[in-house]
Design a binder for this molecule. Structure first.
Ligand code: ZN
Ligand code: ZN
Length: 278
């Protein structure tokens, strides 16, 4: 039977399924970290989304373009495109790429290497994989979530995508979760290792980390120790989550958060940045 791609309208996760039939369920919504859709399953194809959802893009930092959707779809993720002289690198995906967004990626030089942190950040990276035929790199333990696209290079715990740009396996929030460190820009594409809260003026004011955000499930101490070991070794002064860019969240903030959580009972509560690094 012919296959097509379906996105879960609740969380945005894409999966291939038989054309003309709705998938049986969404594996990401079935997971303990997500809520079930309150109105039942609802899946959308590219045809359904075309004309209903637009893809916007903006340069959020020098040579970093963020792609997102309006109205918001799924979890409302942002796909990051890093413009690099040796070939562009894309990390995470917008929930959906319109034809004009794909044409914009093409004008910007296409994609040489494509990677993602975990299913909440993948969005529609399958569209980028099909259009631009990049090297597709995902941590080996996250392969189980990549039915919608073909991984060409399963990564181990430390994997260089380009000079100064390295993927690091963290586990913790998700099986096979990985972060991308840009040493030159001193930036961390942190996936859901860190969740950032913003004040009314759009400045980051607090951070937290969690196993499951919806039900506020904290990480175990062993998971936090792994975060501390991996993320604490990376120098950064800004983070890109799958949703937003947060300048001013630093390695020191992250390490102080992990230490705070390791000192007591598990918690997924946000801690003000000013408390972490006075
Ligand atoms: Zn879902
Ligand atoms: Zn997540």
């Amino acid at each position: 039977m012919p296959l097509t791609h379906y996105a879960c309208a609740h969380c945005g996760f894409w999966q291939p399924w038989f054309a003309g039939q709705q998938p049986i369920f969404c594996p990401v919504c079935m997971d303990v970290r997500n809520a079930l859709p309150p109105d039942g399953w609802d899946f959308r194809t590219v045809g359904d989304l075309t004309g209903a959802v637009e893809t916007l893009w903006a340069e959020v930092a020098p040579n970093v373009i963020g792609f997102s959707c309006t109205p918001s779809f799924g979890l409302g993720s942002t796909g990051w495109l890093l413009l690099r002289p040796e070939g562009n690198v894309a990390f995470e995906g917008a929930p959906f790429y319109t034809e004009s967004a794909l044409a914009q990626v093409e004008r910007l030089g296409g994609i040489k290497v494509l990677a993602g942190s975990h299913p909440h950040g993948f969005g529609a990276i399958w569209q980028l994989a099909e259009r631009f035929r990049p090297e597709v790199v995902v941590h080996r333990e996250a392969l189980r979530f990549t039915k919608a696209f073909k991984v060409t290079w399963p990564a181990d715990d430390d994997h260089q995508l380009a000079p100064g740009l390295t993927l690091h396996g963290t586990e913790g929030h998700y099986e096979g979760h990985a972060v991308l460190h840009d040493a030159g820009a001193r930036a961390l594409y942190c996936g859901d290792c860190l969740k950032v809260e913003f004040d009314g003026a759009g400045r980051p004011e607090a951070i937290s980390c969690h196993k499951g955000f919806h039900y506020q499930i904290p990480l175990s101490h062993q998971e936090l120790r792994r975060y501390r070991e991996v993320i604490g070794a990376l120098d950064f002064t800004a983070v890109y989550t799958p949703f937003e860019y947060a300048a001013g969240v630093t390695t020191a903030h992250a390490v102080a958060l992990f230490d705070r959580l390791l000192a007591g009972r598990p918690s997924a509560k946000p801690i003000p940045l000013a408390e972490l690094v006075p």
